[in-house]
Design a binder for this molecule. Sequence first.
Ligand SMILES: [Zn+2]
Ligand SMILES: [Zn+2]
Length: 367
Amino acid sequence: MVGPWTYEDTGKYYREAVKRRPSFSGRRDMLQFTDRLPSTDDWTLPVLLQLNRTLRVLYNGPFNWDAFKKIVMQHILTDDVLDALKALPEDEQIPHLVQLVLDWACWDAPKEGAWPRDLSMRRYFVKWRRCEPFYFEADTHTDEDMERAADLFLDIWMGQSPGCILRQPQVQFGEEKDFPGFTVYRVRDEAVTDAERLAAAQSKELYLNLQARGWAPERMDEPLQVGASVARPAKLPPPAGDIVICGPGMCAQCIKKRYLECRVPQDGGKPRCVACRVHKLGCEHKGKTMDALKKQSLEDDSDSREATPDPSQRSQRSGSESVVSESNKSAALTNASADSVPGPSGGRKRKSQGSRDKQKKAKRARK
Ligand SMILES: [Zn+2]
Ligand SMILES: [Zn+2]
């Protein structure tokens, strides 16, 4: 990138280009890869650098941003590749462009704490994260220049034997800056509001609660939002006396309704949460004793004290320490996860293609 080719231009060019290569007799769908990928443990830095190089071929090609996004998200970041990347240990060194593409594919908040709604891929990659593509200009570059650059990706696709998206021999423009730790950028905390940060943290908490029960959506259309709260019946004792349970230990109904807490009033009867009473549902807590619930709620409480996001703390930190280099990434990641929510880690959630289109429409509407 970045050049003038749309996704349609790209498809048209490749369909013609294939015909000019008589040696090719494949039956694969255009740009579909049939790689047999390394197993999860084998995604080491050298493998990731190869993937980065393949992404660089596209990033430095004549495609426009929309075409780059579609090719990467649909043809490179297939479910298998994405699963492998999501399974990388948190301290794994990840090349810069691979990391950015992974960030973009998932709902998980960037270091700023949330995705601003109108943040474009271009702005995120180039301005926020300082990942420079090669630019094709109409007055300095010929069609042949652009076709040569596009052919590099065609070579990868046509030459594919198993593993070929990870076997690109030519060093690409800018890839040395993608080596983990090389590119330094500023985390733009000021670009995200505390409300957006809180909504992102809540969305992640809701997702992790669902995930812990095996009910998490594989891909999401929109980030999860806290369910509409119910009015507390007047006959119940005051809320101050409730046993409050958060996290995956909440009753099933409260998790399904996407609440952040499950409140069990202590009114002498069998434990049953407020939401289940209002919705006239059986409550999962009814087989437990009040004492067991109290104990559970205290455990949740100590978990969440360590992990509940505190927006004020976050903005203080951003004032003094605004530059984060990639080499500090593991420290930043640790901070980020401490800022987030209780529950198991590794909740990276894939954005669905539909959601990205929707986001794009929303963006257009605002302009
Ligand atoms: Zn409940
Ligand atoms: Zn309940």
